[in-house]
Ligand binder design. Structure first.
Ligand code: ATP
Length: 235
């Protein structure tokens, strides 16, 4: 479904990605794990056109999307939930969700998807008229995921959904990610919480200073001595 081939992405002269290659098959949850600054967010942003790679390519369902404007990439079916959620604090929960559907014209489909998001996150239904800025961190993360779903993505890119949230809230969000995936949305998940990420992913890639250093079946990587000591805090 997605083929990222040897991408190199720069911030000015800083080479954040030094030739990253990743493949995602339809229906998978693929996670990218790695330390702070390894290039995980940059990889997601390079896929969805926010920080286009200087060289290498990103091909989605046979279409070369490298350096395509982000709105066209969204229209093709890739939506990102950015790190830090970036919801609109002054808009209501319902308005935030509708922002996710801004490229769509199918009113009936939009209404159906609003119902679907309400069923995934009942708390958002309760809070529909509240401003986004009044929600708790966990509710804001749910809103950010719900808003992304309103674009009806085929591939959902999630950047650190667990960041700053209590363990119980993280578990809830990861359950919903599994459900979204079971309903047919392919997921690419960036996480510092490697334990949680590997527990729901089919496959994983380990990034270190802009390069993929390990990849494979998520359950196998969980037992890899290097992953255990570096990312799972186990000896
Ligand atoms: P984190 O978990 O901290 O987000 P990450 O693995 O997602 O880490 P990136 O945010 O992709 O890492 O950063 C990769 C490298 O690019 C780091 O060295 C970082 O300092 C650098 N970088 C990221 N954003 C910028 C920017 N806007 N300008 C300059 N350098 C940046």
């Amino acid at each position: 479904m997605l083929k990222v081939d040897g991408i190199r992405t720069f911030y000015g002269n800083i080479e954040a990605l030094k030739g990253v290659s990743i493949e995602v098959e339809r229906g998978e949850i693929v996670t990218l794990i790695g330390a702070n600054g390894a290039g995980k967010s940059t990889t997601l942003m390079s896929i969805c056109g926010v920080t286009p790679p200087r060289t290498g390519s990103v091909v989605f369902e046979g279409t070369d999307v490298t350096r395509m404007p982000t709105d066209r990439i969204v229209a093709l079916g890739i939506t990102q939930v950015p790190e830090g959620r970036l919801i609109f604090p002054g808009l209501t929960v319902r308005e935030n969700l509708l922002m996710g559907a801004y490229l769509r014209k199918d009113k009936a489909g939009i209404a159906q998807d609003l119902d679907h998001v309400d069923s995934l996150f009942p708390i958002l239904k309760e809070r529909r008229t509240q401003h986004g800025g009044t929600l708790s961190g966990g509710e804001q993360q749910m809103l950010a995921i719900g808003r992304a779903l309103m674009a009806r993505p085929k591939l959902l890119l999630l950047d650190e959904p667990s960041l700053g949230l209590a363990p119980i809230v993280v578990e809830n969000i990861f359950e919903v990610i599994k459900k979204i995936n079971a309903e047919g949305v392919t997921v690419m998940l960036v996480e510092q919480n490697a334990q949680m990420a590997l527990s729901i992913a089919h496959r994983a890639y380990v990034l270190e200073t802009g390069k993929v250093t390990l990849s494979g079946d998520a359950k196998q990587l969980m037992n890899d001595p290097k992953v255990k000591s570096a990312y799972l805090g186990l000896d």
